[in-house]
Unconditional design. Structure first.
Length: 377
């Protein structure tokens, strides 16, 4: 997962270090990884998510610092004035490749048992970051067979929740899921049990997510770099032909304005993913924004107004007829009960223009200020 670290402002104390032979500025508190990334050094990462505290688990981000005996993890090493840092050397690339071979050997698809499979290659519908391991194994031409053997993580695919697939055979113990749940969602629904090959991402007492404190926000799914945690709804459409297209928009559910990418194949929505650079949500969503999109293309979706006939049954009507009926109802209420008989609440799911129009209608046509918007609640 990548981000461009901000350039130091004039009010922040800027010092310099030497990065791959070039003197570059950094701001107090920045890590070597953030400095390197801002200067487009392609340092690989797996346990890093820019929204989370650096963790230092995978060690793929190692760099050489003059005077240091061994390479250091750049995500957990603070930049200091005068440092001389190298991010690209043959020794570092070999070091990273070996680490990646160890990581890849943890994947179910490491190719170890029968010589099949390529580690990390999973359907992109599993989640936003699900291609990260595959991208790195391709970049370093790693197949996972060199350290083939035992795997950690037992899958919990039978967990009958409707949203999250828990396919821990693909887990590489980066702990991004656990950290995002704690640091971003504040939920602590999942944790790590045991060590070594017995390491397991789990809920309290190893139970189902439905029985845990999980809010089904989906953030663990979207940060998982291997697809071990996957969007179960999106996976109904996995492996089908046709290109996936992402369209940036704003979630319509409430007034927060979370940015989302609608993932479509042809004319159909197949998934929703949070926008990591969304200013209001920075990759977070709630269960509705993340998973409640079936109604958009549901065959029984209401597409025409309904009005009641003489017998009280709801029957399809034209928009003119439906709006005429509504206007007549408002006029009757005003005539018989006065302007305090009407109170309008605009939906938080409606755009600004609609919210403006409803207050104009109520104030100008009905002559009352009884109007509100549910986003204020
Ligand atoms: S869906 Fe959200 S609350 Fe549930 S485990 Fe994942 S991050 Fe935690
Ligand atoms: S489930 Fe995914 S995010 Fe969680 S530790 Fe395993 S690989 Fe990392
Ligand atoms: S990204 Fe730095 S240790 Fe994993």
């Amino acid at each position: 997962m990548t981000e461009t670290a901000p350039i130091p402002t004039k009010t922040q104390r800027a010092s310099t270090l030497v990065l791959d032979g070039v003197e570059v500025p950094f701001q107090d508190g920045e890590s070597l990884y953030q400095v390197a990334q801002r200067h487009r050094s392609e340092v690989p990462t797996l346990c890093y998510d820019p929204r989370l505290d650096a963790f230092g688990a995978c060690r793929l981000c190692v760099v050489e610092v003059e005077g240091f005996r061994t390479p250091v993890a750049s995500c957990t090493t603070r930049a200091a004035a005068g440092m001389k840092v190298r991010t690209r050397t043959d020794a570092l690339e070999q070091h990273r490749k070996t680490l990646l071979e160890l990581v890849a050997s943890e994947s179910r698809d490491s190719g170890d048992a029968h010589g099949k499979g390529t580690p990390g290659h999973v359907d992109p519908l599993r989640g936003y970051a699900s291609q990260e391991l595959a991208t790195l194994t391709a970049r370093y031409a790693v197949d996972g067979t060199r350290f083939a053997g035992a795997h950690s993580g037992r899958s919990h695919r039978e967990d009958d929740n409707p949203f999250l697939l828990r396919d821990y055979d693909l887990c590489i113990s980066c702990y991004r899921c656990v950290r995002v749940c704690a640091e971003r969602e504040g939920d602590h629904a999942i944790s790590v049990a045991n060590r070594g090959f017995h390491t397991q991402i789990t809920t309290e007492f190893g139970g189902k997510l439905l029985d845990s404190s999980c809010t089904f926000c989906g953030q663990c799914v979207q940060t998982c770099p291997t697809g071990a945690l996957a969007d179960r709804k999106a996976m109904r459409n996995a492996g089908q032909p046709g290109e996936l297209t992402k369209t940036r928009t704003v979630c319509p559910y409430c007034g927060v304005g979370c940015s989302v990418d609608i993932v479509t194949r042809g004319e159909r929505i197949v998934a929703v993913q949070p926008a990591m650079d969304g200013p209001a949500n920075e990759g977070a969503l709630c269960v509705k924004g993340q998973f409640a999109w079936d109604h958009v293309q549901h065959p029984e979706r209401l597409k025409t107004p309904l009005v009641r006939d003489a017998a009280g049954r709801l029957v399809p009507a034209s928009w003119d007829e439906a709006l005429g009926r509504a206007a007549a109802g408002f006029a009757k209420a005003l005539r018989e009960h006065g302007d305090e008989s009407i109170y309008a609440i605009a939906s938080g799911r409606a755009p600004h223009e609609s919210a403006y129009t409803i207050q104009k209608l109520i104030r100008a046509a009905a002559g009352t200020n009884f109007v509100d918007n549910c986003s204020r609640a």
